[in-house]
Design a protein around this ligand. Sequence first.
Ligand SMILES: C[S@@+](CC[C@H](N)C(=O)[O-])C[C@H]1O[C@@H](n2cnc3c(N)ncnc32)[C@H](O)[C@@H]1O
Length: 457
Amino acid sequence: MSSQPAQQAGEQGSPVGLEVEVEVGPVAHGGHCVARHEGRVLFVRHALPGERVVARVTEGAPRDSYWRADAVAVLRLSPDRVTPPCPWAGPGLCGGCDWQHAALPAQRALKAAVLAEQLERLAGLDAAALAPVTGDGGLVVEAVDGDGVDVEAGLRWRTRVQYAVGPGGRLGLREHRSHRVVEVDDCRIAAPRAAEVDPRAVTWPGAEGVEVVAPQTGEDRLLVVTPRRTGDGQGRRLRLPNPPAPSSLAVVGDEGLARVRGRTWVAQEVELPRGPRSFRVTGSGFWQVHPGAAAALAGAVVRFAGLAPGEAVADLYAGAGLLTAALAEEVGEDGRVVSVEGDARAVADARRNLRDLPQVRVLPGRVDRALGAMAADDEHVDVVVLDPPRVGARRGVLERVASLAPRTVVHVACDPAALARDVAVLAELGYRLDGLRAFDLFPQTHHVEAVARLVRA
Ligand SMILES: C[S@@+](CC[C@H](N)C(=O)[O-])C[C@H]1O[C@@H](n2cnc3c(N)ncnc32)[C@H](O)[C@@H]1O
């Protein structure tokens, strides 16, 4: 990874703006590749392993151990390079996608490499240790089905789009690591029904953000508006336009979600392992954004859980109850599922979504507290399913999980580093990684979802 200077540093010794020729090394977690310039690490976006590029420094100070940079010219191309399908993907443009310049199979290989690297670095699991876990084909990031017209090309899959509001109340998407709003005409990864809401058609004065929630099936489409807050906590005057396509409209307020037009929730239809089911999801409450994601994850979780009728399972970080429902169908009415969720609106949705399943008990509140109460009651569970937010479950929760002594823990993770840290803690607590699948639920971006099975050693 040798480098040659191509241009002098910026003003006052800042390296920002400096352009250097570098050899691009391996991919790193976060949507960039590693290069070196005069012994210092550069994290280079818009590059691919094996390329030689001109990298322009975008962030860093003279004494920093690493700088961030964008590849602004490619001198030797990777065979995996393609022309980005979106004209807004590139240095200084929209920051939503990281890998538009890589062919889809290559994007998945990059994500598999990142997941393997994080598990090796943070959980001490090298390729030899992973081989029995991932099977003969090694770690593969699997594509998921979807109904969108272009999902197979990695486009038109995003059923939710979070727009930022820029100058003049116009909608756009943020530049990478910046507050600057780029006024894209069309987000190419937005699903067809989400993309029908043309961000340029109307303005949103006084708003901070507008989320378009447009499930792939059914007629629902909901716009959730977050008002801009001033320093004193007061909202600026919000002026709501007539949205350009038929949609429900709701505003985030101190008392929850205020309905302006239509309804404050959408219906999500999912094909679970034992048949179709409909879920109500309020406002911006958590739901997977790829149309094929919910079914793929529910299928993988049920398979890894390996439940028999009559068994007991805890579904932690349960959201609107997607995985709880799939698990409840496995254990049947003679079994038990405890479904723990901290967000009050998601709890209300879960109660409604799961009310036909008498084997389910929805426990509102924090996961660590719920686990403490379950341990105090000597509650037996055969399997624990965890689907924590991006930071992972972390030691305090994992210790409580281990104290319940389930035979299997199934961990769903959207961040490879957090998964690897949790796997390392679970290993200390006597749980061995025994199965791992990864899914490309976020094509064109660096994000990847993994499902891990850990069994009591
Ligand atoms: C990644 S989502 C998973 C949702 C659900 N399993 C699904 O597949 O739709 C994480 C959920 O955990 C909830 N959550 C985050 N921290 C929590 C905590 N400490 N205790 C309870 N719930 C929490 C969030 O409100 C969110 O619904």
